[in-house]
Structure formats: structure tokens, C-alpha cells
Design a protein around this ligand. Structure first.
Ligand code: SF4
Length: 266
């Protein structure tokens, strides 16, 4: 069996599907033949589902009988130990979203050729918003403002629990609509499944990416020779973001959010 640490992505993929989760729950009870599993979950893509579980190192087959591997048993035990939290992550009571309105506001302070957009989605996601964080590769939930902040290229999208959404650095209303439709689809897919999204994959963030959002004035207020040197130290955790006080200026507000989102992945 592959080591558990090497399996993070395979396990995430395997457990992202409700049929496979059901199979895993059945195997927790007892070992089963393929026919027994088929009776419970149906024959559709069953070979594929079983193969995914085996590839992830969660289940194995011996003489026609499927059982959990040691890793699979540990995984399911850890999951059940987290049960109170898991039940909070149930999205079954959340209704799919609709886009009610998209409005263009003032140009962005950081780049006047781009716009700031405000949109309204219904129904408001309220407490379920926090659960959406793992759905997007670069997202963080801010307890302070009760909002989910998602980074998509240069665009920063902030979903509020009230249903309001703001988007910065947008080229056109069309781009805003496409981006929002895309996100709405992702969220609604999770809502239709009614389950918590699987933990997201760790994303590699390097200093060059952080540097892109720094003021690039090399003012040295942070105590470093240049913004580039500051970015390197930031990634190496040898300094902290608050040392770059110019980033607190209004014109860098979007940049600051981008960097904060990226730092979540270090
Ligand atoms: S304070 Fe900020 S803008 Fe100034 S050099 Fe440091 S990182 Fe660059």
C-alpha cells in the first residue's frame, strides 16, 4: 500500500463521491463481496468506484471480498471521532443559489481600467458560507468580517453571509457574470450533494507570487533592502506582513487581501 502521506490527493478524490463514501461506511460494518456492495449502491460505475478506493489505499480485495486496509480503518475512525463537527458540515438544508443582480460600481482604486462589482445572490448562505472554503483552491473564510474571500487570478471575490458579493479588478460586467456563474455552479454542486467538500489540496505559493502584490517601491520601511527581499523573508517566515505599512494604504487594499489569501497556504 502507498504511504498515507502520499495518498492525500487520492483519498480526497476517493472520498469526494457519495457512492464511495457509502461503500466505505458499509466496509466499516463488515467485509463485503462486490455483489453485496452492488445490492446497496447499484452497478453504475461500481468497478470504477472500487478501483478508486483501492488506488487511494482505503480498501483492498482478497479472494473476491472487499475490506478496509489498515489505513482505511484509521481514516474512518478519525472521521467518526470528528462526527460532531462533520454533522455541522452537512449542507443538506442549504438551498441552491441564484444570481439576482450584478452591478458595476466605481473603478478599482488599484487599477482604474478595472471595475468593482457588487452582486446579490439568493438565498443568503449565512452559516453555510464557512463550509464553502475548501471548494475553491484559493479561499479563506474571515471570521472577522464573516465573509469568504476567494482569489481567482487578479480578481478578488468576497462572498458575505447576507448574500452580497463584491468583486474587484474586473474587466467587464461579462467577466463578472462568467466568474460568478462558475462559482455559483461549484457551490450548487456541493449543495446538491448535501455534503461537506473534501479538504482542499495544499497549493504551493512562492515569493515571486507574493512579490507581485507588494507595492514594489523598495522604500525599506519594512527593514528589508527591497520588496523582493521582503517577499522572500515573508515566505520563509522570517518577517511578518504588518512590517510593510505602505500596504495599509487604501490603494493597496486589494493587494493586501491577495497576499493574506496567499499566506494562508504557507
Ligand atoms: S515596506 Fe513594503 S513597499 Fe516598502 S520595501 Fe518593504 S515590502 Fe516594499
Amino acid at each position: 500500500m502507498t504511504s498515507p502521506s502520499a495518498n492525500v490527493k487520492l483519498v480526497s478524490n476517493a472520498m469526494a463521491n457519495s457512492t464511495r463514501r457509502k461503500i466505505m461506511a458499509m466496509l466499516v460494518e463488515r467485509d463485503r463481496t462486490q455483489e453485496e456492495i452492488e445490492k446497496e449502491v447499484g452497478a453504475t460505475m461500481l468497478d470504477y468506484h472500487l478501483q478508486m478506493l483501492q488506488q487511494a489505499g482505503l480498501a483492498e480485495i482478497d479472494d473476491g471480498v472487499f475490506s478496509l486496509t489498515d489505513f482505511g480503518k484509521n481514516f474512518m475512525e478519525t472521521k467518526s471521532a470528528q462526527k460532531p463537527e462533520e454533522s455541522m458540515k452537512d449542507l443538506s438544508k442549504t438551498k441552491p443559489l441564484q444570481i439576482l443582480e450584478i452591478r458595476q460600481l466605481l473603478p478599482c482604486i488599484a487599477d482604474e481600467s478595472k471595475f468593482r462589482i457588487i452582486a446579490r445572490l439568493e438565498p443568503p448562505l449565512e452559516g453555510a458560507l464557512k463550509l464553502m472554503e475548501p471548494l475553491f483552491p484559493r479561499a479563506r473564510y474571515s471570521e472577522k468580517i464573516g465573509a469568504l474571500i476567494i482569489q481567482k487570478g487578479n480578481i478578488l471575490i468576497t462572498f458575505y453571509s447576507t448574500g452580497n458579493v463584491t468583486m474587484t479588478m474586473i474587466k467587464s460586467e461579462e467577466e463578472a457574470r462568467e466568474t460568478l456563474e462558475d462559482m455559483k455552479r461549484t457551490i450548487n454542486e456541493a449543495i446538491v450533494k448535501g455534503v461537506t467538500p473534501v479538504p482542499r489540496e495544499k497549493i504551493k505559493v512562492d515569493h515571486a507570487e507574493i512579490y507581485e502584490y507588494l507595492p514594489k517601491t523598495n522604500c525599506q520601511i519594512c527593514g528589508e533592502q527591497s520588496c523582493y527581499a521582503f517577499a522572500i523573508k515573508l515566505v520563509g517566515r522570517e518577517t511578518t506582513l504588518d512590517k510593510c505599512t505602505p500596504l495599509l494604504e487604501a490603494k493597496y487594499a486589494t493587494n493586501l487581501e491577495h497576499i493574506r489569501t496567499l499566506l494562508e497556504y504557507l
